[in-house]
Structure formats: structure tokens, C-alpha cells
Design a protein around this ligand. Structure first.
Ligand SMILES: [Zn+2]
Length: 288
């Protein structure tokens, strides 16, 4: 006998149409993923998770690594975060930065190394404690209700966060509020058009309850996320990593100039074979 899954999202979070005609993408006894006509993939129904308490505490962050391996991984993550912030600085002026979903503080460390003043926010008490122990300002905050003032930040980064909420519009309205006019938003997020998940959805780590199926609510593509951001008052400036960085040092800028045509071809190739598992996007809150 099939157990009836309670509806978690009765309407598409992007176009608001009722999901009764949405096509099933993957379905399990615990939950069901659908694709709306507008292109958005979202979790329509789900049974309550008996293991859901303290989901985002300790173990979630993979803190089991010890010593050298942890140090190396941390270094790589901070380096990646530096590149992402430099992407953002192509389109918004340097200033106070908020990292939403600050985890173990990789982005905060990268921001500090670039001379910015970083603040972190996270739903996890564990993460906040960790970031504070590293000397950073970090506040516990929920996506739709952040403990920060209007226009307090010039830069906001949200990496692998927006897919975790059933109400992305509330999250983006809050980001827009705390971002000053002209300020920039960087998003990194799983790619709903990832080839492997399109070809074998039922076996995809995106949808399986024992992988990301429980913690995620929505899968975006550059097109659907751009539409969502535009309707919440943002202007999208770039999808995919930047080829050149205005705020990088002179030597690096020269290297980037030489490599740019090859990297552009590489990016087009990766997109054409749907090999991108996550995508990056930079948007701004327009002046006035
Ligand atoms: Zn829709």
C-alpha cells in the first residue's frame, strides 16, 4: 500500500502555477520531484523525516577530516572562494561582505585576505561557533529573517543555500533589503540541467532521499534563476566563472587576458555537454 506523501509545495515557487499538471522527475516512497512547465524542478511532496532534528549541526559539515588533509581542503576552498569574490567585484564595489550559509568560514577567510570586512550568517549553531572561534563576526539567521540592517552590505555571497529553502522569494527579498543599491550578489548552486541528473533522475544524488533529496527543495538552471532574480528586483550580470578579474593583481590579469579565449571555449564546451554540476551567477541590486 502506497503511503500518501503530504504536499510541501502546492505551487511552483517560480511561476506560482498549481503543480497538479507538473511532470514527475523522480519519485520515491518518501518524496516526489516534479518539473513545472516554466522549467523549474521542485519537490512537490514529502513524508516527514524522522531524522530531521539538528540536520545542520556538526556532522553535516564533514568535520571528520584531521590534520594535513583538512588543511589542504580548507586551502582549496578558501582559494575557490577568493575567485568567487573576485567575480563579484567585477560588478560591485568593494565593501562589507555577508556570507549567507557561512559554514566553516572559508568565504570569510577569503574575504579578509582580499581586504574586505566579512560577516557570516548560518542557521547552524555549530557553524556560528566555529566562525567566531576563527575571529569572525557571525550571527545565527534564518533565510527569510536576517539579523542585519537595511543596506548594511555591499556584497552578499550565497553558496549552496538557495536550493535549501521552499520559499526562495522570501530569502531573496531579505537579501535585497540588506544589500545597498548598487551592491552585488554572488550565487553558487547545483545545476538543474546537469546531464547525469537529466538522463538518470531516479538514480541521481540530486533527488535521492538518502542523498540531497531531503535537504533540497528546488533545482535551478541559469534561465530559471535569472527569471526569479529579475522578478525580485535584481539584475543578472554574469553566469559562469569570469574570464578576467578587475581586482586581481597585474600579473594575474595579464595571464587571464592570454587565457581568456581558451577558457571561453572550455566553458562553452562544458555547457554543451551538460557537464556542469553547479553554476555560478553574479547579480546586482540596481541603483535607485
Ligand atoms: Zn513554474
Amino acid at each position: 500500500m502506497a503511503i500518501e506523501q503530504p504536499i510541501v509545495l502546492a505551487a511552483c515557487p517560480l511561476c506560482a502555477t498549481d503543480g497538479t499538471n507538473a511532470r514527475t522527475v523522480a519519485t520515491y516512497p518518501e518524496l516526489t520531484w516534479v518539473r513545472c512547465d516554466c522549467g523549474l524542478i521542485y519537490k512537490r511532496s514529502e513524508l516527514p523525516d524522522p531524522k530531521s532534528t539538528d540536520f545542520y549541526e556538526g556532522g553535516y559539515f564533514g568535520t571528520g577530516d584531521q590534520g594535513r588533509r583538512y588543511t589542504q581542503r580548507r586551502k582549496r576552498r578558501v582559494q575557490k572562494s577568493r575567485n568567487q569574490i573576485l567575480d563579484l567585484l567585477n560588478h560591485a564595489a568593494p565593501g562589507p561582505l555577508l556570507d549567507i550559509g557561512c559554514s566553516m568560514g572559508y568565504t570569510l577567510e577569503a574575504a579578509r585576505s582580499l581586504g574586505l570586512t566579512p560577516t557570516g550568517s548560518d542557521i547552524s549553531v555549530f557553524a556560528i561557533r566555529e566562525c567566531r572561534s576563527l575571529g569572525f563576526r557571525a550571527e545565527r539567521g534564518e533565510l527569510g529573517r536576517m539579523p542585519f540592517g537595511d543596506g548594511e552590505f555591499s556584497l552578499v555571497t550565497m553558496k549552496h543555500v538557495l536550493e535549501h529553502t521552499p520559499d526562495p522569494r522570501a530569502a531573496l527579498r531579505e537579501v535585497r533589503r540588506i544589500l545597498r543599491p548598487g551592491g552585488g550578489l554572488f550565487v553558487a548552486i547545483p545545476h538543474g540541467g546537469y546531464g547525469k541528473s537529466l538522463r538518470h533522475p531516479q538514480r541521481s544524488q540530486f533527488y535521492l532521499p538518502e542523498r540531497h533529496g531531503r535537504e533540497h527543495f528546488v533545482y535551478y538552471t541559469p534561465a530559471t534563476l535569472t527569471t526569479l532574480l529579475a522578478s525580485e528586483g535584481f539584475s543578472v550580470k554574469r553566469v559562469n566563472p569570469a574570464l578576467m578579474h578587475r581586482h586581481a593583481g597585474a600579473a594575474r590579469r595579464l595571464g587571464e587576458t592570454l587565457a581568456a579565449p581558451f577558457r571561453a571555449i572550455g566553458q562553452a564546451l562544458v555547457d554543451s555537454i551538460q557537464a556542469r554540476k553547479e553554476f555560478w551567477l553574479v547579480a546586482v541590486r540596481p541603483e535607485a
